[in-house]
Ligand binder design. Structure first.
Ligand code: ADE
Ligand code: ZN
Length: 349
């Protein structure tokens, strides 16, 4: 285990920014900035119910998950062509590069697009081309995770998985997102079983707004390898014990939780308590264009609000790398770079 040396407190923000890290919970449609929404609307002749970029941005005041999702799906309606998906993902990768992201696993919601008549190939090929360019031009390792919309039926999810199979080599896993309460993981038992048969990784949103029971069924029924959010686990001691015993990764998104009113104040967020309890927590941005910050903003604001330490910074970054679905050789290299970054800051460079 790497020994984290003492870091001068005033250097912690720069260290947080400079650390190599993985982002494991980013909805690529949630990285669509208002400026790009307007540019794509104009390029594609899609009418928008907002007069300006400013008017759209000022509508971003949410009271819960659903109030956000309504705007998020409306924003995604400007995406029509392969190039649009490429441009959206490429804009995200530029931000990720600035934040020292070395590995990104991008969620995408094909049903949001295919339901509007956009071909599955346009979605996946545009995103995959951006991932390949992220590797070759920015040195970021990137892969795609296809998410099913849980407010739709399992039959729709099964059809979507089949429709995506010609592009099986272009994505590495499946996830489950959208409106959580009333749509428990077990509703998607068969489609997750089918995805696992195809050798796909499995993750699911659970315990964002929904109860701990949804985390249990994501683990037991869907057999996921990571829980997205999972912050409601803290209300169930037996579940907390299971997460610690199995070292099940949670992809926690503090600014998202703040903006969707899961916590009233960032100072009340339970990320620090979960880490201290031994849960394998990672820190992520979720939908950065809507929640006021990319990955480093999440690190900086969370550390300031919760008074977290350099040791916890190391733990979060190491957890993100270890919990990723990247090849083991890459993980070793990034962990080594992480240690080197801490050594550099301890020496006062
Ligand atoms: N889709 C995009 N962001 C989401 C979130 N935070 N929860 C559920 N579904 C989502
Ligand atoms: Zn999410």
């Amino acid at each position: 285990m790497f020994k984290v040396h003492a870091i001068a407190p005033h250097r912690l923000p720069d260290l947080l920014s400079a650390m190599p890290k993985a982002e494991l919970h980013i909805h690529i449609e949630g990285s669509l900035e208002p400026e790009l929404i307007f540019a794509l609307a104009q390029r594609n002749g899609v009418p928008l119910p907002y007069a300006s970029v400013q008017a759209l941005r000022s509508a971003y005041a949410f009271s819960n998950l659903q109030s956000f999702l309504d705007l998020y799906y409306a924003g995604a309606s400007v995406l029509l062509h392969e190039q649009d998906f490429y441009d959206m993902a490429w804009a995200y990768f530029q931000k990720a590069k600035a934040d020292h992201v070395v590995r990104a696993e991008l969620f995408f919601d094909p049903q949001t697009h295919t339901a509007r008549g956009v071909p599955m190939g346009a979605v996946i090929e545009g995103l995959r081309r951006a991932c390949d360019d992220a590797q070759s031009q920015l040195g970021i390792s990137a892969d795609l995770i296809l998410c099913f919309l849980r407010h739709l039926s399992e039959a729709d999810a099964l059809e979507t998985l089949e429709e995506a199979m010609p592009w099986r080599a272009h994505f590495i896993g499946v996830g489950l997102d959208s409106s959580e309460v009333g749509h428990p993981p077990e509703k998607f038992a068969r489609v997750f079983a089918r995805a696992r048969e195809q050798g796909l990784h499995a993750v699911a949103h659970a315990g964002e707004e929904g109860p701990p029971a949804y985390i249990w069924s994501a683990l037991d029924v869907l057999q996921v390898e990571r829980i997205d959010h999972g912050v409601q686990a803290i209300h169930d001691a037996a579940l907390m014990q299971r997460l610690v015993d199995t070292q099940m990764p949670l992809t926690v998104c503090p600014l998202s939780n703040l903006k969707l009113c899961v916590f009233k104040d960032l100072a009340e967020h339970n990320l620090g308590r979960m880490l201290d309890a031994g849960v394998r927590v990672t820190l992520n941005s979720d939908d950065p264009a809507y929640f006021g910050g990319y990955l480093n903003d999440n690190y900086l604001q969370t550390f300031a609000a919760l008074h977290l330490s350099a040791r916890q910074a190391y733990q979060l970054a190491a957890n993100s790398i270890e919990a990723s679905f990247a090849p083991e050789a890459d993980k070793h290299r990034w962990l080594h770079e992480l240690e080197h970054t801490f050594e550099r800051f301890a020496e006062g460079d």
